[in-house]
Design a protein around this ligand. Structure first.
Ligand code: ATP
Ligand code: MG
Length: 436
């Protein structure tokens, strides 16, 4: 029968979508725990929104004329009339704002919210750019700033410090308000018309629909044109300037350095006033680790009671790469106690004794299968365990276990191996680990 089954072609993960394996996942968990703790210092609370949302949420919330909505979204339908179009979230902000509106969260008080998890964009995969990647998204809804703008940037500076990341810099800009952008837009379109010959297809298409986005181009042939374009920053009115200056003062107070980048417009449509990015040179072309800004119009745009807001998103793959690059790698930390044994009978005893030790909260690994003591100790060492429990023939004969220290203690000394009754094993291990 089996021989008639056609050979199964090996399945691999989809392009741009990565498995995170043990070893890597330990670092992810460590990073996520550190992020949660950091967010709690500033009163941010966790929300979790669905992976799938109605497509029109993103079309409206991110903007029709953006890379994301025009070409990067995973969108599909489950019905013949395609009236239920849904999209796998390409970012979190629109979904969080939708949830805040849907649950009337902004009526009582402003909200500091965060979420983390996978997001999806159909881009060309390369180093630092994937189709499923992870973001942490941090949103302060109902705050006009600029105090909270400064707080978010200061908290990010604290995060880099916590993680030991030095090689990262802050770029800042202000996009002003709608009226200011409209005045700038006319000047910008005139400039683009004058340089039509250097615009690529995207640039030509967006010239009238979203001229600001044309300046966000990565096309080298368009850089000079973009650098010479009229600067939105020069069109800011008094209030917008005051908001920006106040933010800068607070950053100065906190000792945070920044550069004004008048070409920083961010990929999304909904930003106004403050926009910022944290950039590193260590990650090659994909150097933007974090991007954020104010989006005072978004809640209104999505049908909520108008309220100002600001937020940022960090790409976790890029953050992790930077963190691992700067902080030295650490040994594995699979368990506290590693059990080695000599034959089938002692292997059974090890499995039983390990259960008792786990009852006391210690993490145990029992060496799988057989193998020489030498090879078992090799694995014990690699596991990061501090203690090995040895169940050999002589131990089994007199109902004891030998315990060996695998790591030097706090005083740098490696203690002697010792013997305990199997009955008292868990107590003895706890004792020794506390002493260390
Ligand atoms: P880029 O200019 O690199 O395409 P973006 O403006 O599209 O970035 P945002 O939408 O602001 O990025 O997303 C916030 C962060 O998410 C980025 O700063 C980056 O760290 C990360 N990010 C964005 N796209 C990807 C991707 N395809 N793969 C991995 N990380 C990404
Ligand atoms: Mg992008």
């Amino acid at each position: 029968m089996l021989s008639n089954t056609p050979a199964f072609q090996k399945v691999t993960a989809l392009r741009g979508m990565n498995d995170i394996l043990p070893g890597q996942s330990a670092r992810w968990e460590e990073l996520e725990a550190s992020l949660r703790q950091w967010l709690s210092l500033y009163g941010y609370q966790n929300v979790r929104t669905p992976v799938l949302e109605q497509t029109r949420l993103f079309a409206r919330g991110i903007g029709e004329v953006t890379d994301i909505v025009e070409k990067e979204m995973y969108t599909f339908s489950m019905s013949a009339d395609r009236e239920d179009l849904m999209t796998m979230r390409p970012e979190f902000t629109a979904g969080i704002v939708r949830a805040a509106i849907e649950h009337n969260m902004l009526y009582e008080r402003p909200q500091r919210l965060y979420t983390m998890g996978p997001v999806f964009r159909h881009e060309r995969p390369q180093k630092g750019r994937y189709r499923q990647f992870h973001q942490i998204s941090v949103e302060a809804l109902g705050f006009a700033g600029p105090d909270v703008d400064a707080e978010q940037i200061i908290m990010l500076a604290r995060l880099w410090k916590r993680l030991g990341i030095n090689d990262i810099r802050l770029e800042l800009n202000s996009l002003g308000q709608l009226q200011e952008r409209l005045a700038h837009r006319e000047a910008l379109i005139a400039h683009l018309e004058k340089h039509k010959d250097v615009l690529d297809a995207d640039g030509q298409r967006r010239m009238y629909t979203n001229p600001l986005r044309v300046l966000d181009t990565k096309n080298p042939a368009m850089q000079q044109m973009a650098n010479e374009a009229p600067r939105l920053f020069d069109f800011l009115g008094d209030d917008s300037r005051a908001h920006f200056d106040n933010l800068c003062q607070r950053l100065d107070d906190a000792g945070i350095t920044y550069t004004l980048n008048p070409r920083l417009v961010r990929g999304l449509d909904y930003y106004n006033l403050t926009v910022f990015e944290w950039v590193t040179d260590r990650l090659g072309a994909q150097g933007t680790v974090c991007g954020g800004g104010r989006y005072d119009g978004l809640i209104d745009l999505l049908g909520g009671k108008p309220a100002p807001a600001i937020g940022f998103a960090i790409g976790l793959e890029r953050l992790l790469a930077l963190w691992l690059d700067e902080a030295k790698s650490q040994p594995s930390d699979e368990c506290d106690v590693y059990f080695v044994h000599s034959d089938a009978q002692s292997a059974r005893a090890a499995a039983r004794l390990a259960e008792g030790v786990r009852d006391r909260g210690l993490r145990c690994i029992v060496h799988p299968g057989s193998g020489s003591f030498k090879s078992q100790f090799k694995r014990a060492d690699a596991s990061g365990a501090r203690l090995a429990v040895i169940l050999g023939e002589s131990e089994m004969a007199d109902g004891t276990a030998s315990v060996k220290f695998l790591r030097a203690g706090a005083d740098g000394a490696t203690a002697q191996q010792f013997s305990v009754a199997q009955d008292g094993l868990a107590d003895a291990l706890l004792d020794k680990l506390q002493d260390q």
